[in-house]
Design a protein around this ligand. Structure first.
Ligand code: CA2
Length: 144
């Protein structure tokens, strides 16, 4: 069984920690990567952390996770969550379990965030717990 877990992050998440701290917190994506790497080591896992503002990169990386035999993918697709049939299809096209992660709880926000094309194809979703949600998702991946 592979110990590799991909952690894929979508548009604008490179700005995490710098704006809208009341919604997204002050932790940066690099901070989250460091926290994940530490927890992954304790769980006997290795993480491959990526971020892109381009939808196709996320599709390519989902395919890559499958090709590399990854144990799971943690995916915060950012706003593509609510728009991307391509990501929905990509998740469906791989056998690697995909865990949807959100810092905020989209269901408690604007109506346009209530639809998740990612969530409809994902194994499960963790949302609303800020940066800690990534660690909870990693724990869930470890138990798969
Ligand atoms: O809560 C989440 O993790 C989201 O995926 C974040 C997305 C949003 O479109 C989703 O509905 C929920 C937005 C990410 C934008 O990230 C920023 C980070 C810092 C400053 C501004 C935006």
């Amino acid at each position: 069984m592979s110990s590799l877990v991909y952690v894929l992050n979508g548009p604008n998440l490179n700005l995490l920690g710098s704006r809208e701290p009341e919604i997204y917190g002050t932790t940066t994506l690099d901070d989250i990567g460091a926290l994940l790497a530490e927890r992954a080591a304790a769980l006997g896992l290795t993480i491959e952390m990526r971020q892109s503002n381009h939808e196709g990169h996320l599709v390519d990386w989902l395919h890559e996770a499958q090709a590399e035999g990854a144990k799971a993918v943690l995916l915060n697709a950012g706003a593509f969550t609510h728009t991307s049939v391509a990501l929905h299809d990509a998740i469906k096209s791989v056998t690697t379990p995909v865990i949807e992660v959100h810092l905020s709880n989209p269901l408690a926000r604007e109506d346009f965030r209530h639809q998740s094309w990612v969530g409809m194809a994902a194994k499960g979703t963790i949302a609303g717990f800020g940066a800690a949600g990534y660690l909870l998702a990693l724990e869930a991946a470890a138990r798969l």
